[in-house]
Design a protein. Structure first.
Length: 446
DNA sequence: TCTGGGGTCCTAGGACCC
DNA sequence: TCTGGGGTCCTAGGACCC
């Protein structure tokens, strides 16, 4: 194996690759409707409370950015075409994107639909060099999907990600400047590269942390590198301090995590018009519960913890959570818990957002186990087992009812006043839905 | 500029157990 | 009884990322 400069770094010099699709949602919209090409296009909420999720480079020339309120975006770019998201479509493209990455190596970790870290070390054996891999990836993504992307290479996730950002097209003085497409941070240049970056460029430094650092007089990564970790910890917490101190020295021990499992699912909705009070919130919660239940079942999970989030018109938020002794994946069970939690909250303002989240997952099989727990272990006979499970389901209903009661008790008399009414409701649901409310059979729904 | 919806992780405090 | 320390689980809130 020769080492001519044209072949770039070896796998050992650049083991981590980061790919990021350009303006992903907006680009898919343009592919699906070529008449949009060359126009300022964004995907996001178009209403008064909408936010931009993705903007074409044409739109970025006008200063439109993702996470920007749509009203502001429209002000900056009156001709902006704002399209609602079509996530089914984006998922189709995302799967193909992942397929292409997988052809290179199975050792990759996805971050959202349009971003991937890959560990290239398996390429050593095949004598593929990182630059070659990166160029091949870009070529295939472009010819097979019609999408553009930036690729970064480096010794760690930190540098690979910084490099891919650097590889992207940029807008300068309202003009679009092409990016390099592939960028490698050589180990020799790491220190200098880092020193010149603002702290905000580091992973994990958002607006709040940037403000705190600014107050400490720390604006650049080189400033950060001079502060001792204990001082930092006093202001940012132990974990953040350790992370940032390491990054500032160019150290990043994060590995590419190939088998990440989802830990929570949820559904949030900001209403075009705020809901005036509890009644309307409870009505909306039914729909939320159904969405969360579907997501759980399609992920093959049951959740022990249900959390509700309410955001008021003054933008303050409150959350309430209840953890059960068993898992649920049924919209009626989730709605019953959510209802009890929502009743424990006060409504001094109208409600602009409602969220319901499910977490503390059990494998569905573990849950069946959990529900049959405490049974006579000698009943190994299949029919007895089946009966036992169905008996335990009843225990499940009672457990749910108890959980709902527990929520009420926890939050005092105001909630308790309504308890009898709701408890009847819960029992009614349980008997009406029968055995579909819990357990493995619900897997076959949807 | 007046801030979505999908998630992740961290922190601090309290309850509970040994 | 006026009282330790560690471990674990749960809750509420905050910050961050895409």
């Amino acid at each position: 194996m020769s080492n001519s400069p044209s072949e770039g770094p070896s796998v050992d010099e650049a083991p981590i690759l980061h790919v990021d699709l350009d303006a992903f949602f907006a680009s898919v919209e343009i592919l699906d409707d070529p008449s949009l090409r060359g126009k300022p296009v964004a995907v996001g909420g178009g209403g008064e409370r909408g936010v931009i999720a993705s903007a074409s480079y044409e739109a970025r020339r006008f200063g439109v950015r993702s996470a920007m309120p749509s009203l502001i975006a429209k002000r900056r770019c009156p001709n902006l075409i704002i399209l609602p998201g079509r996530f089914d479509r984006y998922e189709v493209y995302s799967r193909q994107f992942h397929d292409i990455v997988r052809d290179l190596t199975p050792d990759y970790e996805s971050l959202g639909l349009d971003e991937v870290f890959a560990d290239l070390r398996s390429l050593r054996r095949m004598k593929v060099r990182p630059l070659e891999a990166a160029a091949g990836l870009r070529r295939r993504i472009n010819t097979e999907l019609g999408l553009l992307c930036g690729v970064g290479l480096g010794r760690s996730k930190l540098f690979a990600k910084l490099a891919s950002k650097e590889s992207k097209p940029t807008v300068r003085d309202g003009r679009l400047v092409d990016g390099a497409g592939v960028v490698w941070v050589s180990p020799a240049l790491e220190a200098q590269w880092l020193a010149e970056l603002p702290v905000r460029a580091l992973w994990g430094v958002g607006p709040a942390t940037a403000r705190k650092l600014e107050k400490l007089g720390l604006r650049w990564v080189r400033d950060l590198a001079k502060v001792d970790e204990a001082t930092l910890a006093g202001h940012l917490g132990v974990a953040m301090a350790a992370t940032l101190a390491a990054y500032a020295k160019g150290e990043d021990r994060r590995v590419v995590e190939v088998n990440r499992v989802v830990k929570s699912v949820g559904h949030d909705q900001t209403f075009a018009k705020s809901l005036p009070g509890l009644d309307e919130v409870l009505e909306a919660a039914k729909g939320h519960a159904a969405v969360v239940a579907r997501a759980l079942r399609s992920a093959g999970r049951v959740a022990r913890t249900i959390t509700v989030v309410v955001r008021y018109d003054d933008l303050t938020s409150v959350s309430r959570a209840q953890t059960l002794s068993f898992g649920v994946d049924d919209e009626y069970a989730i709605a019953a818990i959510a209802t009890a939690l929502l009743q424990s909250i006060e409504y001094p303002h109208a409600v602009r957002l409602l969220g319901i989240h499910a977490s503390s997952f059990l494998e569905r099989d573990d849950n069946a186990l959990q529900l049959t727990f405490g049974l006579d272990p000698s009943s190994s006979d299949a029919r007895e087992q089946a009966e036992a499970v169905s008996r335990e389901r009843q225990v499940g209903f009672e457990a749910l009812r108890d959980a709902v009661d527990e929520v009420r008790q926890k939050f005092g008399s105001a909630a308790l006043a309504m308890a009898s009414e709701l408890r009847d409701d819960g029992v009614h649901i349980a008997t009406q839905r029968g055995r579909h409310a819990f357990g493995p059979e619900t897997a076959k729904d949807d």
